[in-house]
Design a binder for this molecule. Structure first.
Ligand code: SAM
Length: 255
């Protein structure tokens, strides 16, 4: 199978996920080596400053809790939707006061619950692109008046996007998504922000693990030596390996 074949099947919803433990290991390494979560917390904090109430927070695809746990401190109640069994179990142990749904966003039953703030950070890639608007509509249904949704996505330009395009395709049409959201909810409630962060590792091995994590589909493991070569050629710096990640924060408010 060529990188292109893997790309084609994973982009039509046939993503082959890593097993839970390996995924957790990759995510923890990524969080340790990237400035991303710190910068994201600042950006999300600016969004939270504008919402009417801080009663209920919902984190969709909460992962290792690097955003969930600090953000939860600003809200009276926190709920988490997380399909990864190990990560959901972690939340139940670490944060017994959270309501944890071990399920996929597309399937989870939240009844009539509504939230003041809904975060969906780096999760939409796991949902087929054609179903993104339906997924965002579900979020909007569960949003309180005066609240907002924050969606964080990898930008289609920049060094991480160049890496993607070497092995797969990352041609998410952010402009179209932005346009569709404005058409659906109105231009006065949709905002977009852009930010950048840096991924730094001392070893090539760690950068390759992060590269595989970013590519999502475990079948890219068979191209490990090409990925190694790519980082060696493009991202070697004195003392390690470094590349920048460009991200987009889409905010949808409910008046
Ligand atoms: C890249 S991690 C992001 C974690 C966290 N939101 C952050 O930004 O640090 C993606 C998370 O989304 C979860 N996930 C994957 N598919 C999902 C789905 N359909 N619905 C909800 N969560 C999903 C994964 O289990 C994983 O924990």
């Amino acid at each position: 199978m060529s990188p292109d074949d893997v790309a084609k099947t994973s982009q039509t919803g046939g993503l082959e996920m890593w097993d839970d433990a390996e995924y957790q290991r990759q995510l923890a390494l990524f969080v340790r080596c990237s400035t991303e979560k710190g910068i994201e917390l600042v950006k999300v904090g600016e969004v939270i400053a504008g919402i009417r109430h801080r009663r209920r927070f919902l984190d969709i695809g909460a992962g290792g809790g690097d955003l969930t746990i600090p953000i939860s401190q600003s809200f009276a109640e926190t709920s988490v939707v997380e399909p990864n069994e190990k990560q959901a179990a972690f939340f139940k142990r670490r944060c017994p006061h959270f309501t944890v749904y071990n399920d996929f966003w597309e399937k989870v039953d939240l009844g009539s619950k509504r939230f003041d703030f809904i975060l969906c950070s780096h999760v939409l890639y796991y949902i087929e692109e054609g179903k993104w608007l339906t997924a965002i509509d579900r979020m909007y249904t569960h949003l309180e008046d005066g609240g907002c949704i924050a969606i964080v996505l990898q930008s289609p330009i920049g060094q991480v996007a160049d890496f993607f395009n070497e092995f797969t395709r990352y041609d998410v049409n952010i402009l179209e998504l932005w346009h569709d959201l404005i058409q659906r909810y109105g231009d006065d409630v949709i905002e977009v922000r852009y930010f950048m962060n840096e991924i730094y590792t001392e070893s090539l091995e760690d950068m390759v693990t992060i590269g595989l994590f970013l590519l999502l589909d475990q079948r890219f493991k068979q191209f490990e030596s090409e990925i190694r070569q790519y980082f060696e050629t493009h991202h070697k710096v004195a003392g390690g390996y470094c590349f920048t990640q460009d991200e987009i924060l889409l905010v949808a408010k409910k008046a």
